[in-house]
Design a protein around this ligand. Structure first.
Ligand code: ATP
Ligand code: MG
Length: 419
């Protein structure tokens, strides 16, 4: 039996990196007064249709949608923002605070062709800063993304691209001219882009097709259609980033996949040229809550793809998360009172331990400890127990010490310094 195509088991050998990322996110976001939120994986299909837009790839072809037994159309969430906006409205969170800084971590589902960096179930860490239309909010969220990447030692492998996609009216004007331009080259565009000309022409800008990109070189650029407010917003973001020394590239073709963005759009990409090189995508979405029938709540946020992030960080992290376990090898389990005493102590000092609970001989148990790379092995043999003692063996150096059980706590306290 294989897992479903495009899904992966996260095995115990890999889980520590996931926990490390969660921990870093938790600490960093706590520092910035963000609160974690967990929304259901199942939502009504029309939430995504209303938020993300019918002409986007996600809604058009990537959603996992099914009809439940009550004849409702249900979708496994393809992203986090729509659900957060829904949760903010349905729980009326905005009534208590005008500012809400929220973060999430969890699985997302998109029916895409599985390949390197692209799965059908993948995970995102995301943040949403709701309640401010100030460019400094955009800067703060970008700074947080950088901060997290820095703690994972991978900020030098990435770069930030930013763009302003203006407001709806500015984009409408731009679309007219862009469509007019693209129509001239319609036959030369890739198949996917051809379909988008009238439905979602902006998405053609980030087509990965080389010929299409060549055509786009002389296309009108959105920057020239921005009004004063859009421009000032963008300039202020740039000033803030300059001040923070966060390097960026302005990418006129960066539009993002989802309809709900306005003003700022950004992506953090790895320096590789592969197509799946975007680690983090985000931007401002001031109209989403209104689009869902709620009050106007300007907002900005991002989502980081965890699987893609891990391929970037794995190398650096494995060094730090090598675990040390204290192994307990006993002749038998008749001496259970001593065994529980030892476990009590290890628990108290919060040291990771493993009691060998197999029926093997003690020499086999010690051999096993060697095999799995254990350093410290507590050995309980009748011979030493008769004088209320046990053996501590440091497997890496071969050093062996006989310790009275009454002094074990003291010894473990000393051992702790080696972790
Ligand atoms: P792409 O252009 O790669 O399809 P996207 O614009 O669809 O990305 P977003 O919706 O912005 O991606 O999601 C944010 C991040 O989530 C992406 O930058 C990426 O790291 C990750 N991501 C998106 N789709 C997938 C997927 N199918 N498998 C793994 N990670 C994904
Ligand atoms: Mg996509």
């Amino acid at each position: 039996m294989q897992p479903i195509r495009g899904t992966k088991d996260i095995l115990p050998k890999d889980i520590e990196i996931w926990q490390e990322i969660y921990k870093i996110a938790h600490n960093t976001l706590n520092n910035y007064n963000y609160s974690e939120i967990r929304t259901p994986i199942l939502e009504n299909t029309n939430l995504f249709e209303r938020c993300i837009g019918n002409f986007t790839d996600i809604v058009n072809k990537e959603m996992y949608t099914f009809t439940d037994q009550g004849d409702r159309s249900i979708t496994l969430r393809p992203e986090g923002t729509a659900s957060i906006a829904r949760a903010v409205l349905s729980n009326k969170i905005y009534l208590n605070n005008t500012m809400n800084r929220l973060w999430y971590f969890g699985p997302m589902f998109r029916y895409e062709r599985p390949q390197k960096g692209r799965q059908r179930q993948f995970h995102q860490l995301g943040i949403e800063c709701l309640g401010s239309n100030m460019p400094i909010a955009d800067t703060e969220v970008i700074r947080i993304a950088y901060n997290i990447l820095m703690q994972l030692n991978c900020e030098t492998d990435c770069h930030l691209e930013i763009n302003s996609i203006g407001d709806i009216n500015e984009r409408e004007l731009y679309k007219i001219d862009l469509i007019q331009y693209l129509e001239k080259y319609e036959n030369e565009l890739d198949e996917d882009s051809k379909k988008k000309i009238h439905k979602n022409p902006l998405r053609i800008l980030d087509s990965k097709n080389a010929k299409t990109q060549e055509i786009l070189i002389n296309a009108p650029i959105l920057q020239n259609y921005l009004g004063k407010i859009s421009k000032t917003h963008f300039d202020s973001l740039c000033d803030n980033l300059d001040y923070l020394n966060i390097k960026y590239v302005i990418n006129n073709h960066l539009v993002r996949g989802l309809d709900y963005y306005n003003y700022t759009a950004f992506e953090i990409k790895t320096n590789e040229t592969s197509q799946q090189n975007t680690i983090c995508g985000g931007g401002r979405y001031d109209y989403l809550t209104e689009q869902l029938g709620g009050p106007s709540i300007p907002a900005v946020g991002w989502a980081i793809g965890i699987e893609r992030l891990i391929t970037l960080t794995k190398r650096q992290l494995t060094k730090n998360i090598m675990c040390s376990t204290i192994y307990i090898a006993t002749e038998d389990f008749k001496t259970y009172e001593t065994i529980w005493k030892i476990i009590d102590i290890l628990e108290k000092y919060k040291l990771k331990f493993e009691l060998d609970i197999t029926g093997s001989s003690i020499s086999k148990k010690i051999k096993k400890a060697y095999q799995i790379g254990i350093n410290i092995c507590i050995i309980l043999r009748q011979h030493e127990l008769e004088s209320n003692s046990l053996i501590i063996k440091w497997l890496k150096t071969g050093k062996k010490q006989i310790i009275p059980i009454s002094r074990l706590a003291e010894y473990i306290n000393y051992v702790k310094n080696f972790f």
